[in-house]
Write a protein that binds this ligand. Structure first.
Ligand code: SME
Length: 146
């Protein structure tokens, strides 16, 4: 799948369109990835995430402060954050009642966090070490095109 993602990223479209295609590809090719989207660190504010391209239902959480929700906690920790059961996470921003679990993977450039890949799943406890390793590679790849 990494090869396919790389070829999407190398495509002729605008960056936003290519990132949308990456989200769509992941959602359509991995059964337990139901909503896939990018958040980027706001250029001027630095402590706020702004929603980028995504595939899935629209979300009200277009801006998220560092520390808020699963996305904001991952940004603060600068580390992958997996919640296998969102009903057990107090600091959680719900997008849809269908969502049971979530993984957020930071995107780094020159050692700094510049964004993250956020994936919601309608399945409980679906994320394995394999997902983490794979998505970290996806984020490394994406970072090269930002
Ligand atoms: N659930 C996230 C908010 C973003 S949506 O999943 C698209 C959170 O708690 O940060």
């Amino acid at each position: 799948m990494l090869k396919e993602i790389e070829s999407i990223l190398k495509g002729p479209e605008k960056l936003e369109e290519r990132l949308y295609k990456v989200c769509k590809f992941l959602a359509e090719n991995v059964k337990h990835y139901d909503w896939v989207g990018f958040y980027f660190v706001e250029k001027d504010k630095k402590d706020e995430l702004v929603l980028g391209p995504f595939f899935g239902e629209p979300t009200q959480h277009v801006r998220i402060k560092f520390g808020e929700g699963i996305c904001g906690q991952a940004a603060e920790r600068k580390d992958v954050f997996i919640v296998q059961d969102v009903s057990k996470e107090k600091n959680y921003l719900s997008c849809s009642p269908k969502v049971k679990s979530e993984i957020v993977v930071p995107i780094f450039k020159d050692g700094k966090i510049i964004g993250e890949l956020d994936i919601d799943s309608h399945t409980l406890s679906p994320f394995k070490d394999e997902d983490r390793r794979f998505l970290e590679k996806v984020c490394d790849l994406v970072s090269q095109y930002l």
